[in-house]
Design a protein around this ligand. Structure first.
Ligand SMILES: Cc1cc2nc3c(=O)[nH]c(=O)nc-3n(C[C@H](O)[C@H](O)[C@H](O)COP(=O)(O)O)c2cc1C
Ligand SMILES: O=C(O)C(=O)c1ccccc1
Length: 389
């Protein structure tokens, strides 16, 4: 019998018989404010912030809210199985933790704690290139869980080659290449606080431990840390890349490659032509292009274009179990979750991240059941209406 994620609901009520209540809210939209109260405006501003005046982040929410589920009755939802096939793997639920850099601004245990939480819940954790812990150490914390690595595609080819080699040697099997951040966007919340984590030495662990990166520095990091940080800022991503450059990644990575940040159907087609295995329809949680199309509005077009050839994943704005349902109904195989788990980490370390995963999947499991589905396979666009009011 498949695990019923919804059982978390009863676990909470049973604990309540001894007077206990959950340490964190079960409505994940409340975590941002709590984290801000606990950690202050700098770090939370960075995580919560988005591009421009925040219009894309709001549009992401509006596009999900506008779609409403039409529940079906009497369809035997007693036994449910949330598992999905993604990139030739079976995931126990259609969820992975999105790559989020600089997690040590949330909690000193940072990526290893988030990775352990994901492993404990059997959900893939996608490690960011800009992690605050070197990938080799995070890989150790992952135990026998699936290891997915997110690449910021550096200007320096040797640094990229070295990252791919290190990721392979550390047992990472899936490569997620982020295309939407060749430059950091205009982010007023960070600008107004003059707060950028790297300038505080965070998020550079993979670079400052990399022989190819270090060979580009005139002096060792400890002798001139500012120069090292500036070198990182100037080379971690590359606005000069074009589609033919993907051949280099395809040649240097044996496992599945997923392109993250695809919104246009033609870009999705190019991904398929370049021999990629999947795309993440994402606008980086509204952090890159202000005024961009909402991720959920872009999803059906990408699914139409490549859904039969590529695994289409989705992120940007997922906060609740019904959001997961809606993303699947619009054609996604699985979703990535960003900010909510970063807040869970900030509030309660590994346990906080586990709480977030369990709440989201319990709510998703209940949404499925109450809407008349015993698993993701039967969820489709016919389960949604669009609220045009
Ligand atoms: C603080 C923060 C750091 C992020 N760092 C990365 C990163 O290093 N690499 C990446 O591909 N995406 C990064 N993202 C984007 C997430 O992977 C994801 O696309 C986004 O958070 C999803 O939207 P959501 O936060 O609304 O769930 C970051 C997002 C946040 C909030
Ligand atoms: O802040 C981000 O959204 C992001 O993607 C990033 C980029 C570089 C380093 C750390 C995070």
């Amino acid at each position: 019998m498949a695990k019923h994620w919804a059982d978390f609901q009863y676990e909470i009520y049973l604990n309540g018989m001894t007077g206990a209540v959950p340490r964190l809210p079960t409505d994940l939209t409340r975590l941002e404010e709590l984290t801000e109260q606990r950690l202050g405006p700098g770090p939370v501003g960075y995580v919560a912030g988005s591009a421009g005046n925040g219009s894309t982040a709001r549009a992401n929410r509006a596009a999900l809210d506008r779609r409403r589920i039409v529940p079906r009755m009497l369809r035997d939802v007693h036994e449910r199985d949330l598992s999905v096939e993604v990139l030739g793997r079976t995931l126990p639920a259609p969820l992975a933790l999105a790559p989020v850099g600089v997690l040590s601004i949330m909690h000193p245990d940072a990526e290893p704690a988030a990775a352990r939480a994901a492993a404990a819940q059997s959900v893939p954790f996608i490690l960011s290139s800009a992690s605050s812990t070197p990938m080799e150490q995070v890989a150790e914390a992952m135990g026998d869980a699936e290891r997915w690595f997110q690449l910021y595609w550096a200007k320096d080819r040797e640094v990229t080659r070295s990252f791919l080699e290190r990721a392979k040697a550390s047992g990472f099997s899936v490569l997620v290449v982020t295309l939407d951040t060749p430059l950091l966007a205009w982010r007023p919340r960070d600008l107004d606080q003059a707060y950028l984590p790297f300038l505080h030495g965070v998020g550079t662990a993979n670079y400052f431990s990399d022989p190819a990166f270090l060979s580009g520095l005139a002096k060792p990091v400890h002798e001139d840390p500012n120069a090292a940080v500036l070198h990182f800022v100037g080379m971690f991503a590359d606005p000069g890349k074009t589609w033919p450059d993907l051949a280099f990644l395809r040649e240097n990575w044996d496992g599945p490659i997923v392109l993250k940040g695809v919104l246009h159907p033609d870009d999705a087609r190019r991904a398929a032509e370049a021999g990629m295995d999947g795309v993440v329809v994402s606008n980086h949680g509204g952090r890159q292009v202000a005024g961009s199309v909402a991720a959920a509005d872009a999803l059906p077009g990408v699914v139409d274009a490549v859904g039969d050839r590529l695994d289409v994943l989705f992120d940007s704005g997922v906060r609740t179990g019904d959001d997961v349902f809606k993303a699947l109904a619009l054609g996604a195989r699985a979703v990535l979750l960003g900010r909510p788990y970063a807040y869970g980490l900030g509030l309660d370390g590994q346990a906080g991240v586990e709480h977030v995963i369990r709440c989201l999947l319990a709510e998703f499991d209940l949404t499925l059941a109450l809407s008349g589905h015993a698993g993701p396979a039967t969820v489709g666009v016919a389960d949604l209406v669009e609220d045009t009011a």
